[in-house]
Design a protein around this ligand. Structure first.
Ligand code: NAG
Ligand code: NAG
Ligand code: NAG
Ligand code: NAG
Ligand code: NAG
Length: 340
C-alpha cells in the first residue's frame, strides 16, 4: 500500500512536470495540442518552416482557427462549393487580405467608354477561353499586391491570342516597375495599366522581363526593353452592374473584373461553384475567362493569381446571374477589357 502510494506520487510528479513543460512554448511548442500532428503534416505538405518555436506556436493557433472554420463549413448543408486547407492555412484572414489583395482601396473609375459588344444578340450558352487556347497557365503574385498587373495582363494575353493567333505570356513585372499611374505592390487598376501599354507602344514577354516582386515584395527599377511582344489599341468598360453585358463581353474575349475577396470562405475555397459570403468592397482583381452551367447552376470561370494550390488548380467558379445586379462579390461593378 505504502509502496503503491509512493509510486503514484512519482507518477503524479512526472505528469505534473510533463504538463508544465508541455505548456512552455520554448521547450515544446504546442506539444499537447491535438491539432499539432495535422499542423505538422500541413507544414510538410506546404514546405513551411518557422524561425522559432514561439512563431510556430503562434502559427499553430492561427492554423487551428482556420482548421475549425473549414470543419464547420463541412457541416453546412446545401453549399455548392468546398473549402479546404491550402498554402494560406497559417494566415489570419486579415493577414491574407493584406498580403494577397490590394492594400489600397481604389474607387471605381467614373470614366465612360463605348461598349463595343452592346448590340451582340447571340452568345453561346457556355464558353471556356482555356480550351480555346487564349489563357496562359496560372501565375502567382506571391507576396506582392500586384493583382492589378496580373488582372491587366491576362486580358491582354487573351485578346492578343484572339487577334494574332499567338498565345504569349506577358510581363506583369514591367507594369509593376514602369506604370507609375499604379502603385506597384500596393495596388493599381487594370484600365490604367491598359492605358500605359497603349502609350508605351506595347508590353514585353514574360520570358524577357520575368516576375521578381513575388519574393522581394516590392517593385524594381523600370527597364525599358523596347522589345514588345504584344500591343493593344485601347480599352473599354462593360456596362456597370450588368451580368448580361458582361456575358456578351466574355463571349468575345477574357475580361478583367474587380471583386471582393474578403472572408475565410474565399481564402480556403477549394472547388465547386462559389456563392459567398462576400461583400462588394472591390479589393481584388481577377479575370473572367468563360462561363458555363452545371446541374442548373450558372457560373463564371475566373482566373486568379494565387498559384495552383488555391481553388480549382488556381481557378474559381463564381455563381452567375444572382439577384443582385452587382454580381457575386461585386464582379459586375466594373469589368473592363483591352481592345485590339
Ligand atoms: C522547400 O523549401 C526549400 C527552402 O526554401 C526549397 O529549397 C525547396 O525547393 C522547397 N521545396 C518545394 C517542394 O517547394
Ligand atoms: C460537425 O458535425 C459533427 C457531427 O454532427 C459534430 O460532431 C462536430 O462537432 C461538428 N463540427 C463543427 C466544427 O461544427
Ligand atoms: C467619381 O465621382 C465621384 C462623385 O463625383 C467622386 O467622389 C469620386 O472621387 C470620383 N472617382 C474617381 C476615381 O475619380
Ligand atoms: C448599337 O446599335 C445602335 C442602333 O442601331 C447604334 O446606334 C449603335 O452605334 C450600336 N452600337 C455599337 C457598339 O455597335
Ligand atoms: C521605351 O522606349 C520607347 C522607344 O524609345 C519609348 O517609346 C517608350 O516611351 C519607352 N518607355 C518607357 C517606359 O520609358
Amino acid at each position: 500500500m505504502a509502496f503503491s502510494n509512493h509510486c503514484s506520487t512519482i507518477q503524479l510528479l512526472s505528469v505534473l512536470i510533463f504538463v508544465l513543460f508541455a505548456g512552455t512554448p520554448i521547450f515544446t511548442a504546442g506539444a499537447d495540442d491535438p491539432l499539432l500532428p495535422a499542423f505538422e503534416k500541413w507544414m510538410k505538405d506546404y514546405n513551411r518552416t518557422y524561425d522559432s518555436p514561439t512563431e510556430k506556436l503562434q502559427r499553430l493557433q492561427v492554423f487551428k482557427d482556420n482548421f475549425q472554420f473549414i470543419e464547420s463549413m463541412k457541416n453546412q448543408t446545401g453549399l455548392t462549393y468546398t473549402v479546404g486547407l491550402n498554402d494560406f492555412a497559417d494566415l489570419t484572414n486579415q493577414e491574407f487580405l493584406q498580403r494577397y489583395t490590394m492594400n489600397r482601396p481604389l474607387e471605381p473609375s467614373n470614366e465612360s467608354t463605348p461598349f463595343m459588344y452592346a448590340n451582340v444578340t447571340s452568345i453561346p450558352s457556355s464558353i471556356d477561353w482555356r480550351t480555346l487556347g487564349a489563357v496562359t497557365p496560372i501565375k502567382s503574385q506571391d507576396s506582392c499586391g500586384a493583382c492589378w498587373a496580373f488582372w491587366a495582363v491576362a486580358s491582354i494575353e487573351g485578346i492578343n491570342k484572339i487577334k494574332t493567333g499567338n498565345l504569349i505570356s506577358l510581363s506583369e513585372q514591367e507594369l509593376v516597375d514602369c506604370d507609375t499611374t499604379c502603385y506597384g505592390c500596393n495596388g493599381g487598376l487594370a484600365y490604367n495599366a491598359f492605358q500605359w501599354v497603349v502609350q508605351n507602344g506595347g508590353i514585353t514577354a514574360e520570358e524577357d522581363y520575368p516576375y521578381t516582386s513575388g519574393t522581394t515584395g516590392t517593385g524594381g527599377t523600370c527597364s525599358n526593353t523596347s522589345n514588345y511582344a504584344a500591343t493593344i489599341s485601347g480599352y473599354q468598360y462593360v456596362t456597370a452592374y450588368s451580368e448580361s453585358d458582361l456575358a456578351k463581353a466574355v463571349a468575345n474575349q477574357p475580361v478583367s473584373i474587380r471583386i471582393d475577396a474578403s472572408g475565410s470562405a474565399f481564402q480556403f475555397y477549394s472547388g465547386g461553384i462559389f456563392s459567398g459570403p462576400c461583400e462588394r468592397n472591390l479589393n481584388h482583381a481577377v479575370n473572367a475567362v468563360g462561363y458555363g452551367i452545371c446541374g442548373g447552376n450558372k457560373y463564371w470561370i475566373v482566373k486568379n493569381s494565387w498559384g495552383t494550390s488555391w481553388g480549382e488548380s488556381g481557378y474559381i467558379r463564381m455563381k452567375k446571374d444572382i439577384c443582385n445586379n452587382a454580381g457575386l462579390c461585386g464582379l459586375a461593378i466594373q469589368p473592363s477589357y483591352p481592345t485590339k
